[in-house]
Every structure is written in C-alpha cells, then in structure tokens.
Design a protein. Structure first.
Length: 321
C-alpha cells in the first residue's frame, strides 16, 4: 500500500510540473535541460553516458528513469564478487562522468548552490556519479609565525558539492570520485555555513538558508577518496545528518556507524546510519601479530606479539611528519 501511495504522489506531482526529457531528441545534455527548467520542473534523464559537470541553482527534480522503479532492493549482495552490487539498470546505466571538465575550478560531478537571498531544495536521484575531482574553494588561514591571514585554495566535494542548500540526494551510486588532492568529501561535501569555505568563484552572493537536516540517504558509495572523509564531510553542521539506508566501503557493524576516515564530521552532530551496511566491517578488537615472523608458532601471548594498532599509529605519525 505504501509503495502504491508513493507512486501515486509522484504521478500527481509530475502532472503539475513540466518534464524535460534528456533523451537525445528533446535535450542532448543534462545541463541544457537544467538551464531551461523552472522551479518545480523535472529533468528526466534517460540511460546514457554524460560527460558533464552539472551546476544546479534552482529547486528542481533531477532524476533518471529510476524514479519510476521500485527501489526497495536497488542493490544486493553478490556471492561471486563477494560484495554488494547495483541491481537497478537505470541507476547503473545513467552515468554522470565528470572527467572532462572544461573549468579547472569546477570538476565536481554536480554542484548544487543556492543563489543570493534564496534557499533551494532540489532532489537528485537515480544516477551513477563518477570521476569527480571537486570544486575549488578558498579558506582564510592565519600563519602561526606572523599572524598574517592568507587565502588558501582547496578542492572539496569530489562527486557532489552542496553549497548552502536543502537538497535531497538519494538513490545515487558515487564511485571513483576524488583522490588525495581533494581536501574534504571524496564523494560528497555539504557546506552548511557561510563561515566555512569561500565560494565566490561561482556564487552570486550569500544565500540565507536555514538548514535543519542534511539529506543524503539511500546512496551507494565505493572507492571514493579525499584527505578528510573519503565518503562524506562537513565541518560546521550540528543538526541531523540523514545517512540512512546507505552502502559504505567500510562500516562499523557492531556500533552501526562509520569511522572518521570515511565520514568526517568536525562537530557533535550525530549522523543517522539506520539501515546502512558496508562491503566490509571495521575491526574494533585488538589484533596481535608475531614479532618473530610466525603468527602460528603456538606461543600466543602478548609478550611475543605486537599490537597492530601500535603499528598503525607509528605509520600515521610518519606519514604526517
């Protein structure tokens, strides 16, 4: 009954908005349809490979044909590959590939940004988003020696960068976005404060968004990378972060959360991971390895073994020295 009601609500909403089809005939690029769309319209993207870096600054629905599908089981565990795989053809085969960016400052797959004096609430669903390398922002940094304030350029939000919006981002496949040159958010960075990063290179002003919740639920993440937050990052938000029903590379199965390597949040915000899973479970127990090169010598005691967590700590110190 609930599924039927949801489908009915979608059909009713579509009947009161214009649908712009990116199907190779009505529109050949996603961005051209976004540019023509008005508030409340739906940009419906048919299956295909789209080499684009999208810029959304209005309240629209951007979706693949997955919008019409039953998405209760859009990914499932495959015993052959021993990991979860996307099972929905529309999500898997409607691809936004950000690898051919024409603006070196704008290499995210999607940038969502509220214009001045407006707060947008777009919906983005049903895509594979890959090869994004982030959007250039600025940060004011005080030099410890002189106290001088300088501006430092950084890239954030490899796959998607949401700048002061109430976007609802769900049922997307974020894969192979970012690398160690991306500062924060290999897959997604959500900026919720004007005091966070400077974004003057694309924003026409400071939006006045009141953001009560970050909605990035029901997404599938794999092989994204950044210095902080391979999957997701936010530095200032203190309210609810909806990460429910998502698939992560590494999931802290006993505690039902994700470690800071993958989800980097610098505040006391408590992300909601309800219903989420991971390709692998994080290891929380002590692990001991032999100091003599033989882990199976029968002499299992802490005097003859080394705690692997100590090794990890030393490696971390050396890498960051």
């Amino acid at each position: 009954m609930k599924k039927q009601l949801n489908i009915l609500l979608i059909l009713i909403s579509l009947s009161f908005s214009t649908i712009l089809n990116v199907d190779g005939e009505e529109y050949t690029t996603i961005q051209s349809a976004i540019d023509d769309a008005e508030t409340g319209d739906t940009v419906l993207v048919h299956q295909g490979l789209y080499y684009e870096n999208l810029d959304i600054n209005k309240t629209i629905t951007l979706t693949s044909l997955a919008m019409y599908d039953n998405l209760d089981t859009w990914y499932e565990y495959e015993s052959i590959t021993a990991q979860y795989e996307i099972s929905n053809d529309n999500i898997l085969n409607t691809i936004i590939d950000a690898s051919e960016a024409v603006d070196e400052n704008f290499t995210s797959g999607i940038v969502v940004r509220s214009p001045q004096d407006e707060c947008i609430s777009p919906v983005i669903m049903g895509f594979t988003i890959r090869s994004g390398m982030g959007t250039m922002v600025t940060e004011e940094v005080e030099m410890p020696e002189t106290g001088e304030i300088i501006e430092v350029n950084r890239k954030i939000g490899g796959g998607l960068f949401s700048h002061m919006t109430n976007a609802d981002i769900h049922h997307n496949h974020f894969t192979n976005n970012g690398d160690p040159s991306v500062e924060n958010g290999g897959a997604v960075y959500a900026q919720t404060s004007t005091e966070d990063w400077g974004f003057d290179n694309r924003s026409s002003g400071r939006s006045r968004c009141e953001i009560n919740e970050i909605n990035i639920h029901n997404n599938f993440y794999r092989d994204n990378d950044a210095i902080y937050g391979n999957t997701f990052s936010n530095r200032t938000f203190t309210e609810e972060i909806n990460l429910t029903n998502s698939l992560f590379d590494i999931y802290n199965c006993p505690e039902s959360n994700v470690t800071g390597v993958w989800v980097d949040i610098l505040t006391e915000a408590d992300p909601n991971y309800s219903g989420s899973q991971g390709d692998l479970c994080a290891i929380n127990d002590d692990i001991w390895i032999s100091s003599t090169g033989n882990n199976f010598n029968g002499d299992i005691n802490q005097d003859s073994f080394i705690d692997v967590n100590d090794i990890i700590e030393v490696v971390f110190i050396l890498v960051n020295y």
